[in-house]
Structures are given as C-alpha cells and as structure tokens.
Design a binder for this molecule. Structure first.
Ligand code: ADP
Ligand code: MG
Length: 346
C-alpha cells in the first residue's frame, strides 16, 4: 500500500488545474542544454541544431472529456489526434509524428477499438502525420486516450506564449463558441432521450456546431497561410480552454496587457438564436466555451496589411505595456478578465 510521507490531505480543487500543474512542476529544473523551452507552453521545444522539435501530450478521459453516449468512437479517435496536433501548430510548427496510449476496459469489443483507430488513421492521413508507437493497457473505469504529438519548428519562426510586445495586434482564426454550443445541444438531446428513449434527437440544423464539438479540425492551414503571407507571429496559443483563459496566458507569459473588443470577436451567425434559446450570452460562450481549437496570436502592427483581407483571420484587439487581459464591451466599458475557462479539476 502506498503511504504518503506527508500526512496532509490537500484537496486538488483548492489549487485548480493550472495551480496544480504549477505546484507539481515548480521544482522541475532544466538540466540539458538542448531543452530550449520546457513546461508552460503549448509544446516543449527541443533544440535539434538546425531546427526545434516540438513535443506535446494530451490525455482524454471518458466522462470528463468525452461522453460515449453521443461521441461516435471514430470521431473520438479523430478528435484525440487533432487536439494534440493543435498544440504543435500553436508553436507555428508542422506536426510529424504521434504516439497513442490507450487504456480500455473489457466492456469494449475489438470492433470498438477498430473504430477509434479508424478515426486516428483518418486524422493521420489528413494532417500528414505518422503514428509511430504507443501503449495499450486495461482500465477498470472507462476509456482513456493519451496522445503525444511531435513536430518540427523553424527556429526563427517559433511562436511561444511569451513573445507578445507593445502595440502588437491580437488576431484569432476562424470563429469561437461553436464547440461549446454543440455540446449544449448534445447534452440537451441526451437528457430528452434519457427521459423518453422513444424520442429521436433533434440535431437537424445544428450541423456546424456539432461538427465543431464532435469532429474539430486543427488549424494547420493557418500555419501554412502565415508562412505564405510571410507573417511570423510574435506569440501564439491554441484555444482549448476558451479565449478568456488563453488571453490571460498570453498576457502573463509575455508580461504585457492584452485588450480585446467584444464587437470584434468572430462568432458564427448560427450561434445567436441558439444562445437565446439556451439563455446564454454569445460573448460569454465565445470567451469561456473552449474546445474551439482555433489559433490566437499576436503580430507586429506593421504586418496588418498582410492579413487584413483574409476571411480566416480577425483582428480582435491590441497589446500594450502593463498586465492583465481586458474585454472592451460594446458600450466601451473595460472588464478585466478573471481566471476561469473549463476547469476539469473542479
Ligand atoms: P494545453 O492546454 O496547451 O494542453 P496545459 O494547460 O495542459 O496545456 O499544460 C500547460 C503546461 O503544463 C504544458 O507545458 C504542459 O506540458 C505542462 N503539464 C501539464 N501537466 C503536466 C504534468 N502532469 N507534468 C508536467 N508537466 C505538465
Ligand atoms: Mg494548447
């Protein structure tokens, strides 16, 4: 039996997800000269001489990150890969290899695992990534998938969370809030089904947001677009926990203040009526929803002309000296953003 030397029993929830990571990794000293960037970014960077190797791991747990009552297994395999590749793209890199760890209980037949792997292979095909290893083990409680993605980053183009500078513009790809609203619809239909299994789920008309939740894509195309436009982001992060949380990461890591305009946040038109139905504010959903897997980055103001005509990119604000992240509302009130986002530890 494992006996802790320390008799204290501090609840994990008292630290929160980021607090816990900080607490556990505070003593992780970097010893090797080729560790160019350790804990604290979307991916670590290892100095390979002429380039960096980017490495990132994500763990998905049944009942926490996905619900198999509405998540098709093939989509789950696909999404598990995509969320990891997103972290490599967030370094302005090219993902090349993945390894897959899977823990599975005996309630899953071989065919179920084949479905998950069909999704994994499809994502590898689409993103031009090779599956090169992993681990398989049994689990007593549900399914867990842990993927490590490895990529290549040009040294002069690496986009960390820490490089945003005074006067930079803040840019986001795609649109926000869709994945969260997709989840709301799926949860609603699940409840309807649980109350009356004869009812068919009402998913028609919600295709876009359901795809955002169940089969998201990572923005490899944006990394390629930025290269073609000859724009090197000064900082970048992917939007997994929500715009609000990622803006705070950029501000804290870059020691700057970030300011974004509520009326500039890109939101898909289909979300507006749905948010009314659910009595939610579109801004809150876009700021805190999470799982959009878009890229949030900063560029020097001089690069504005290069990106301004592109429909995939929206300038949402600006960086200035100082600290913290602010939302400038439609009626020009300044609201300081506070730590929140999805917190799986609560
Ligand atoms: P992301 O949202 O981009 O996946 P996380 O918030 O999960 O990033 O992690 C933040 C940083 O902390 C990353 O550098 C990650 O590698 C590191 N990290 C997370 N969990 C652990 C852990 N258990 N041990 C060591 N490092 C960790
Ligand atoms: Mg990330």
């Amino acid at each position: 039996m494992f006996e802790s030397k320390n008799p204290q029993r501090t609840p994990i929830s008292s630290l929160g997800e980021f607090g816990l990571i900080d607490h556990l990794t505070a003593n992780a000293k970097v010893k090797l000269a080729n560790t160019a960037l350790g804990i604290g970014d979307d991916a670590a960077l290892i100095d390979m001489g002429d380039h960096y190797q980017a490495v990132s791991t994500d763990l998905l747990v049944e009942g926490v990150h996905f619900d198999l009552s509405y998540m098709p297994l093939k989509h789950l395999g696909y999404k598990s890969v995509v969320v990891n590749l997103s972290d490599i793209y967030a370094m302005n890199g090219v993902a090349e290899h993945i390894t897959v760890g899977i823990a599975v209980s005996n309630r899953f037949p071989v065919e179920a695992l084949e479905e998950i792997y069909a999704g994994i292979h499809l994502a590898c095909e689409k993103y031009n990534v090779d599956l090169v290893g992993g681990d398989t083990t049994s689990s007593r409680s549900g399914l867990m998938i842990s993927i490590t993605a490895i990529g290549r980053v040009e040294k002069t183009k690496a986009a960390k969370r820490s490089g945003a500078g005074d006067n930079d513009l803040i840019v986001v790809s795609g649109d926000l809030g869709g994945a969260y609203m997709g989840l709301q619809v799926l949860e609603r239909e699940k409840q309807v089904y649980l109350e009356n299994p004869d009812m068919q789920p009402e998913l028609h008309g919600h295709e876009y947001i359901l795809e955002r939740q169940l089969k998201p894509e990572a923005r490899k195309d944006i990394v390629e677009l930025l290269a073609a436009l000859e724009v090197v982001p000064t900082s970048m992060i992917d939007i997994s926990d929500g715009l609000s949380s990622e803006l705070m990461h950029l501000a804290n890591n870059s020691n700057v203040q970030v300011n974004v305009y509520e009326n500039k946040i890109p939101i898909d038109p289909s979300i507006y009526t749905l948010c009314e139905e659910f009595n939610l504010s579109t801004t809150t959903v876009a700021m805190n929803g999470g799982e959009d897997y878009e890229l949030l980055f900063t560029i020097p103001i001089g690069d504005h002309d290069k990106i301004k005509a592109n429909p995939n990119l929206t300038v949402i604000g600006y960086v200035k000296e100082g600290s913290g992240a602010n939302l400038i509302t439609r009626d020009e009130k300044v609201i300081e953003l506070k730590a929140q986002g999805f917190n799986h530890m609560e």
